[in-house]
Design a protein around this ligand. Structure first.
Ligand code: ATP
Ligand code: MG
Length: 285
């Protein structure tokens, strides 16, 4: 039986989360420092450890069947691959930044300016679309020091908090692209590989759903139950179990992680006591 070849970043900002995702999907593999390729022990996949820049090309050529990398790199490399699933980690944006003492009048600022970036394709597409003629200086790393050393007037770089820009005397003026980690796939997978991919995606979604939800348990008097049920939109309806103390019940349900603080206050106001919120490991809908 053939294996699905998954390319992940060897070392960098995506590697830990990519490995964690495979582990959370129950895929076990060894990972030594000098290992470039390994076969999983309990799932038909082979993991390749590569530079993120090379992953789109390898997936297009089917050296790897699928790959995990940032959307920014997928668009920059512009290879003929499918984006299969967004993974929710490595969230960042590709932005234009200029020296912080300069005021920004709008995109016209960049006309005839020199902009340093590691993303020449995305940037030149953006300038073309907005009819800006500017010079693009391609550099492969430490882009944010370019204005400080006189190499360029501005930069186009990956930003998450913006603190690196500030430290280098720059301020962010335009967001070109929002990015997160995604799975890309070759367009001509065999039926056998497609089946392995389907079961891998099933596991990924179970892990993602679990992360987005919490299991909640609480105690309440019988009179508060209708109100509490209307606050808790569980997977179906909440489970209600009687307590030893007469007239009191335990309610169990699932709430969305991002809603749960709002719900908790509503629940307390409705008469809930002894509220427990518990992480879910896997969730299959
Ligand atoms: P490689 O050696 O594999 O070429 P790299 O140095 O090019 O690695 P990293 O800095 O590890 O790349 O970044 C990999 C990806 O992580 C980026 O393409 C981007 O999608 C995402 N990323 C980069 N910086 C951040 C950040 N500050 N916060 C969140 N995600 C980020
Ligand atoms: Mg890279």
């Amino acid at each position: 039986m053939s294996e699905l070849k998954i390319a992940i970043q060897k070392s960098g900002r995506l590697s830990e989360n990519s490995k964690k995702l495979l582990e959370e999907c129950g895929i076990k593999f060894s990972n030594g420092i000098s290992v470039l390729k390994t076969t999983a022990q309990n799932f038909p996949v082979e993991v390749l450890f590569l530079r993120d820049d090379d992953i789109p090309q390898y997936v297009e050529q089917q050296v790897a069947d699928i790959g995990i990398l940032g959307e920014n790199m997928v668009y920059e490399k512009n290879k003929d691959v499918n984006i299969i699933e967004q993974l929710g980690f490595a969230q960042c944006r590709l932005s234009l930044a200029i020296p912080k003492e300069e005021t920004y009048p709008g995109l016209g600022y960049f006309i005839n300016k020199k902009v340093a970036t590691s993303y020449p394709k995305i940037l030149s597409d953006f300038f073309k679309k907005n009819k800006i003629t500017a010079e693009i200086e391609e550099i492969s790393g430490s882009v944010e020091i370019a204005p400080g050393i006189g190499l360029a007037d501005a930069v186009c770089d990956i930003v998450s908090s913006g603190s690196t820009l500030l430290t280098n005397g720059l301020h962010e003026v335009e967001t070109i692209l929002k990015s997160q980690a995604v799975i890309i796939g070759n367009k001509n997978l065999s039926r056998e590989k497609q089946e392995i991919l389907t079961s891998f995606l099933f596991r990924i979604r179970a892990v993602k759903n679990a992360k987005e939800n919490k299991y909640i348990l609480l105690n309440a008097p019988e009179s508060a139950i209708p109100k509490i049920c209307s606050i808790l939109p569980g997977m179906k309806s909440p489970t209600i179990l009687p307590l030893v103390e007469k007239g009191w019940y335990s309610l169990h349900s699932v709430v969305k992680e991002d809603e749960f603080w709002i719900r908790i206050n509503q629940l307390k106001e409705a008469g809930a006591e002894g509220i427990l919120v518990i992480p879910i490991e896997k969730m299959i809908l």
